[in-house]
Structures are given as structure tokens and as C-alpha cells.
Design a protein around this ligand. Sequence first.
Ligand SMILES: NC(=O)c1ccc[n+]([C@@H]2O[C@H](COP(=O)([O-])OP(=O)(O)OC[C@H]3O[C@@H](n4cnc5c(N)ncnc54)[C@H](OP(=O)(O)O)[C@@H]3O)[C@@H](O)[C@H]2O)c1
Length: 310
Amino acid sequence: MILVFGGNGQLGQELRRAAGTRAVALHALSHAEADIADSAAVVVALARFKPSLVVNAAAYTKVDLAESHVEEARRGNEIGPAVVAQACAGAGIPMIHISTDYVFDGAKEGAYPESDPVCPISVYGRTKAAGEDAVRRINKSHVILRTAWIYSEFGHNFLKTILGLAATRDELRIVADQHGSPTSASELAEAVLNATSAFLHDRTLAGTYHFTAAGDTTWHGFASRVVEVAARITGRNPQLIPIATADYPTAAKRPANSLLDCRLFIEKFGFRPRHWTVGVDATTRIVAASAQNAAESQKAANQKNASHVA
Ligand SMILES: NC(=O)c1ccc[n+]([C@@H]2O[C@H](COP(=O)([O-])OP(=O)(O)OC[C@H]3O[C@@H](n4cnc5c(N)ncnc54)[C@H](OP(=O)(O)O)[C@@H]3O)[C@@H](O)[C@H]2O)c1
């Protein structure tokens, strides 16, 4: 059985769903059920579920808030992974730990291979890099999987934010000078399950890998695709104005280049990501259709109620 920490996050929920489809035995614990920075809670969970492998999908992911909530970010991204690595090492359990493109500064041209030195420019990035170091140091039996620009039907993410804004605004200003590969949490979950079975059979696969969708775009390109696909369902087609990062100040600095070179993961695990538009189109259709259905049901209910009003 696979035990997941951070089970109610975007990836955690997609892991539950992917495991259900594949009939893989997996149990996912939410933050409320197990705080990864709480050593006793993690040790108890391992003793109770006796997993053959642990996936740590838990993290403090509020990138801007992390700048002012450093201790909370350290708890989720640095101390927590160290605690999980320690408990797994003590019980002889291999682990897959999820990390981020934000360990890089984004100043480089082209995609980052795993061998590039990290150079984080935010509290989130620094704490995630420290979490990676802890996992490497404490549990040799690890796969660290860095990913980027995750979205899903579940939780909060850029795709859902754009759909929400497109419903009410006629104009959106979107950053067009940061580059990355929007990655579906459901495809990432498939990649993680693939890596899980391969790693359980071959421990020499231990190491650090990159996995994102294929191809690249900007936040503006990502938003344009979402709006274009959703417009066929909602009829809403706001104008998207490209802006520079400097025109949209945020608490945390973000890498201008978030592209990760995923060739090592493809070679070692035999799992090839699809182009980013495939997942974005599919998730946009699902989220837009469900919002449209909810709006139509509400409208019908309002009309029904109005018919009783003189
Ligand atoms: N989202 C992205 O664009 C992105 C990009 C690159 C890499 N990643 C990495 O991908 C992984 C999964 O991200 P995601 O998008 O699925 O994140 P998410 O939706 O924010 O989920 C993270 C989950 O971790 C939980 N959590 C936070 N602190 C915890 C703690 N101390 N103990 C146990 N659980 C805790 C959160 O619970 P609460 O909400 O209750 O705190 C939440 O359910 C993370 O490692 C993240 O750093 C994400």
C-alpha cells in the first residue's frame, strides 16, 4: 500500500482518483489527519498503515504569504519533509517527495536539467530547496520529483482563477514574461504512480527528477487557452492584455523561466508527458461546464421562486 501525506491538496486528490482507477492500494491522509512536521503523528501513521512506499504531496504552497509566514513555510516545506524522511528511513520505507521549479532563479535560458545548481529567490523556493536537501541527507531511498505550474479541478489554481474572473470581467491583465509548462495534477499523479511501481522494483532509480507537461507558454498564453476553450461553453470572451512582471508586483519574486528538462524522468520511468494544451483543454471543459450547469440551475431556481412573487 502507498501512503500519501497532503491528501487533500491538488496532487493528493488526483492521486486518490488515479489509484482508484488503477485499483492501486493507496491511502491519503489530509493535513488534519497527519501534520508532517509532527514526528509522533508521522510515526503513528507509518505504524498503522505499514506502507511499502510514502508519497509526500504535503507542502506550504502559498508562495506570497510565505514571505511573511516564514516559520509556517519552513514547517510544511523543510521540517515536515525532514520528519517524513526520518520516519521512513527508520522503518526502511522508500519515499517520493514532490518539489518545485521555484528552487531555481529562472535566470537561465532554456530548460533546467536536474544537475543545475539550485538558487531560490523566494521563501517558498528556499524552504522547498531545504526540504529536498533534508530528504536526500536523511533517507537515501528517495525519489525527488520537481514539477511546475500545477492546476486541477480541485483546490485553488491559476486555471480556476482565470475562469472565475472571465465570468465577470471584460478585460484581464496577465503576466506575459514568465515561461513555464502548465501541468495537470492528474497527469502528475499518473507519473507518480508510474514512478512508484518502477522505484519499488528498482531502488537504483533513487535520485532527483523533473516532470512537467511538454511544450511551454507564459501565464498569458495559459490564460488565453483557458478562455478560448471556456468561451465555447460559457460564451464569455474577455480581452486578455499581456503585461510585464514589473507591472504586477507580488510579495514573492518568481522565476522568469520555470522550464524543466524532463528527459531523465522519461528515460528512466518510461512515462512521456503530453503537450500542456491537452490537459488544460480537458480540465477547462470540466470546470467551465460544471460552473455553467451551476449557474443555469441557480437561474432556473430563481425563476421558479420569482413565479410565486406577484
Ligand atoms: N501548485 C503548484 O503550482 C506547484 C508547482 C510546483 C510544485 N508544486 C509542489 O507540488 C506538491 C503538491 O502541490 P499541490 O498543488 O497539490 O499543493 P496544495 O494543493 O496546496 O496541497 C498541499 C497540501 O498540503 C497540506 N499541508 C500543508 N502543510 C502541511 C503539513 N505541515 N502537514 C500535512 N499537510 C500539510 C495542505 O493542507 P492545508 O491546505 O490544510 O494546509 C494541502 O492539502 C507540493 O510539494 C508543491 O510544493 C506545486
